[in-house]
Ligand binder design. Structure first.
Ligand SMILES: Nc1ncnc2c1ncn2[C@@H]1O[C@H](COP(=O)(O)OP(=O)(O)OP(=O)(O)O)[C@@H](O)[C@H]1O
Ligand SMILES: [Mg+2]
Length: 287
C-alpha cells in the first residue's frame, strides 16, 4: 500500500511539510538520486465518470519526472479530464469519481487521506484562459508561499522576484508589482498564472491548452518557458497544436474516446506511430 501525498500535513500554513519542496538540498548522492525522480507520475488502469458518463477508460500512462508530456487527441477524448484527476479537482463535484491508481513518486494521489490543498500546490494547474486572482501581481505570486511557508518579508520579496524571473515576466512587471493582475496583457497574465503555480515550488505543472487564447509571440514565450521549466518540474501539457507538441514535449500520449491509444517519445510518435488510429489522427483523417 503506497503512502498518500500530503498525508500528515493537516496544517500546511504552520510549517512546510518535509516532502513539499523539490528545492531541498540533497545531503548525499542517494538523496540526490531520489530528488532527481521528483514528480514522476504513474497512472494505472484509470477510469473516470461524470455521473453515468464514462470519460476515461483503463488509462495507463507514465509521465517521467522533469520531462514534458503532451496529451493530444480530438475534442472530447478526455485530456482535460485526466488533468482534473491529477490534482483531484473532481473532488469538488459529488457526482464525479475516479477508480484505478495514480501515483506521484510512488505516493497515492487518489486516496482518502490526501491533503487536497497541499496536493493542488504540489501539482499546480494552469488553464486555457488566464485566471489571475483579483489582487495585485505581487500577491498572486505570493499566494502559494503564504499558504505553505512562513517566509519573512525579505524572503517573500526574493521568492516573488526569483519566480517572476523564472516565468520570464520580471522585466515586464517589476515596476508595477502592486498593480492589479488584470491590468497586464492576456499573454502576461498567463505567464503570471504559471508564476503563481511555480512560486509554491511544485513537482508537477499541468497546462491545459495554455496558449490557445494567446497571440503567436506570447505563445512562443510560454513555449520557451516550458523548455526552461522542465529542468526542475514535470510538465503535462494538453495541446491541439501538433507543432507545439513537437517543439515542447519529450513524450506524447494520444487519446481517443477516453482511451490512451499510444504513447512514446515525441519523435517516435510523430515519425513512426504504431497504431493506425494515431496515424489517421496525424494525417487529419478525424478530429
Ligand atoms: N462536467 C461534465 N459532465 C459530464 N460530462 C462531461 C463533463 N465534462 C466533460 N464531460 C465529457 O467527458 C468527455 C471528456 O471531456 P474532456 O473535457 O476531458 O475532453 P477534452 O479531450 O479535454 O476535449 P477538448 O479538446 O475539447 O478540450 C467528453 O465526452 C465530455 O463531454
Ligand atoms: Mg479540454
Amino acid at each position: 500500500m503506497s503512502n498518500a501525498v500530503g498525508q500528515g500535513a493537516a496544517n500546511p500554513g504552520a510549517s512546510p511539510p518535509a516532502s513539499s519542496g523539490y528545492a531541498a538540498k540533497p545531503s548525499s548522492r542517494a538523496q540526490a538520486g531520489a530528488i532527481e525522480q521528483c514528480g514522476a507520475i504513474q497512472i494505472t488502469n484509470l477510469d473516470f465518470f461524470y455521473g453515468e458518463t464514462q470519460a476515461l477508460r483503463g488509462v495507463t500512462l507514465k509521465a517521467p519526472a522533469k520531462r514534458a508530456t503532451a496529451l493530444i487527441g480530438p475534442s472530447g477524448c478526455g485530456k482535460s479530464t485526466l488533468l482534473r484527476v491529477l490534482n483531484r479537482m473532481y473532488d469538488m463535484y459529488p457526482n464525479e469519481r475516479a477508480t484505478g491508481e495514480v501515483e506521484m513518486d510512488g505516493c497515492d494521489i487518489l486516496g482518502p487521506d490526501v491533503d487536497l490543498n497541499l496536493l493542488r500546490w504540489r501539482i499546480g494547474m494552469v488553464f486555457q484562459e488566464p485566471t489571475p486572482f483579483p489582487m495585485s501581481i505581487y500577491d498572486n505570486v505570493a499566494f502559494g508561499p503564504r499558504f505553505l511557508e512562513n517566509l519573512s518579508e525579505g524572503e517573500m520579496d526574493e521568492r516573488v522576484q526569483e519566480t517572476l524571473l523564472r516565468a520570464a515576466l520580471w522585466n515586464e512587471v517589476k515596476d508595477r508589482l502592486s498593480e492589479q493582475a488584470n491590468s497586464i496583457s492576456i499573454g502576461q497574465q498567463q505567464r503570471l498564472c504559471i508564476a503563481r503555480a511555480l512560486a509554491a515550488r511544485p513537482e508537477v505543472i499541468l497546462l491545459d491548452e495554455p496558449t490557445s487564447a494567446l497571440d503567436p509571440l506570447s505563445s512562443l514565450k510560454i513555449e520557451m518557458l516550458i523548455a526552461d521549466l522542465k529542468q526542475n518540474v514535470t510538465i503535462l501539457i494538453v495541446t491541439h497544436n501538433m507543432e507545439q507538441a513537437r517543439r515542447c514535449a519529450d513524450e506524447v500520449a494520444f487519446f481517443y474516446l477516453g482511451e490512451m491509444v499510444e504513447s512514446g517519445p515525441t519523435a517516435q510518435m510523430f515519425e513512426a506511430p504504431l497504431r493506425e488510429r494515431t496515424r489517421n489522427y496525424f494525417a487529419g483523417k478525424f478530429g
